[in-house]
Write a protein that binds this ligand. Structure first.
Ligand code: ADP
Ligand code: ASP
Ligand code: MG
Length: 402
């Protein structure tokens, strides 16, 4: 078997944990499997590097920030190969350049385009454990890029797809995917299985346990994906196309406190307004989520939407630059909001799911600012300070607890 194993920051945070990971990888290797290990930076090292950058320059050039951030993962893989050496297991560390992981050019949020597998395959044939840097890539200018925070999961799944691995195991600091973040909802329960689609929505809507693009890739290439703990041997959660366990109405609840709301007031109520507005943002690679348009009055209307807080400044600047063309009166932004979502394939065939969510929010006196739905999710925008209380209330209303 060819196994890709990815370990996150907490799992390699210190010497003991690195040795623990090394031992776990050795077990598979000694059982005769080919093992590729993908690592994140140790502990909170990526945050520390960002803080160092911002200490020198409040808005560090994105190319240079990526250059700096690649250090975190490079440190982990080298130390892991050294740890494996102490266990007398042949291993080699490789960074994105050495493998050749090609990405788009956007710094800080690049997408993997192609991975050359030749070098990795050669090392595997020589019976080495291959330890690869997560999170980083190389663009067409031969510059380092990074895949967005949490992007090592995506490196692992992309490698598993490119190498036709038998399984991709994501090891982290929780036992698997839960019905809600177990750190915020104490009654959350571990799921034994979840579909790619539900996991993709949960990941996109704030469940940071997996990088959303990793789920997208796993679905696209049918990569068998398992989320497990690096600290114990419990079963974990299998992410797959069609779960075999009985489907619950709701699989999970997610909270995203990084969303910010922008309101564009006094737009002309004519065809093309929304197109022009969102085109300005799309050209800058800014993702827009929940959108609300008011009913037109006196020839004008308002459009509100959410973006990630890291994109707020750029979104405002882009709208400002295009003020004449877009013809709005005023821009407002609000950081004090959170996005709360319920996700579940079961809701497709069950009316009343949204009503039950709204009722539980009403019981907690939580006001809803905006609502958006799809076949398998309901998202509401609420005040940030209500976030955790609302999440627990909704979670318990659907009886997802242990
Ligand atoms: P890693 O460094 O291993 O990539 P992350 O911090 O990125 O770890 O992801 C694991 C964290 O995701 C957990 O510690 C947990 O707090 C959080 N999390 C959020 N939503 C969920 C969920 N639905 N199930 C499990 N963990 C979740
Ligand atoms: N080290 C990177 C981060 O902190 C990538 C990852 O953890 O997946 O975002
Ligand atoms: Mg992560």
């Amino acid at each position: 078997m060819l196994i890709v194993k990815k370990f996150g920051g907490t799992s390699v945070a210190n010497k003991e944990r690195i040795m623990n990971v090394a031992r776990r990888c050795t077990e598979d290797y000694k059982a005769g499997h080919d093992v590729v290990v993908v690592l994140s930076a140790m502990g909170k090292y990526t945050d520390e590097l960002i803080a160092m950058a911002e200490d020198i320059n409040e808005k560090p050039p994105r190319r240079e920030l990526d250059m700096l951030l690649t250090l975190g993962e490079q440190m982990s893989v080298a130390l892991m190969a050294m740890a494996l050496d102490t266990l007398k297991v042949p291993a080699i560390s490789l960074n994105a350049f050495q493998v050749s992981m090609h990405t788009t050019s956007v710094h800080g949020n690049a997408r993997l385009k192609r991975i050359d597998t030749e070098r990795i395959q050669r090392e595997l044939e020589n019976r080495k454990i291959v330890v690869v840097t997560g999170f980083q890539g190389v663009n067409k200018y031969d510059d380092y890029t990074t895949l967005g925070r949490g992007g090592s999961d995506t490196t692992a799944v992309a490698l598993a797809a490119a190498l036709h691995a038998d399984v991709c195991e994501i090891f982290t600091d929780v036992d698997g995917v839960y019905t809600a973040d177990p750190r915020l909802v104490p009654t959350a329960r571990k799921l034994s299985e979840i579909s790619y689609d539900e996991m993709l929505d949960l990941a996109t809507l704030g469940a940071g346990v997996l990088h959303n693009r990793s789920v997208e890739l796993a679905k696209k290439y049918g990569v068998p994906l398992v989320v497990r703990s690096s600290l114990n041997n419990s079963e974990g959660t299998v992410v797959k196309e069609e779960p075999t366990v009985e489907r619950m109405l709701i699989s999970g609840v997610a909270l995203d406190t990084k969303a910010v709301r922008i309101a564009v007031i006094g737009l002309q109520d004519v065809p093309g307004t929304a197109f022009k507005l969102f085109d300005v943002l799309a050209k800058r690679n800014i993702n827009v989520d929940v959108i609300l348009q008011s009913i037109g009055r006196n020839g004008t209307k308002d459009i509100s939407f959410t973006v990630d807080d890291k994109d707020l400044d750029e979104a405002i600047a882009a709208l400002d630059e295009n003020r004449q063309r877009l013809g709005y009166k005023e821009l407002q932004s609000d950081r004090n909001i959170a996005k709360l979502s319920i996700v579940g394939a079961g809701m497709m065939s069950n009316p009343g799911v949204a009503a039950r969510m709204f009722e539980s929010l009403y019981n907690e006196n939580v006001n809803i600012n905006m609502i958006s739905t799809s076949e398998i999710r309901v998202t509401v925008l609420i005040n940030e300070q209500d976030g955790v209380k609302a999440m627990n209330a909704v979670h318990d209303a659907f009886k997802l607890a242990d």
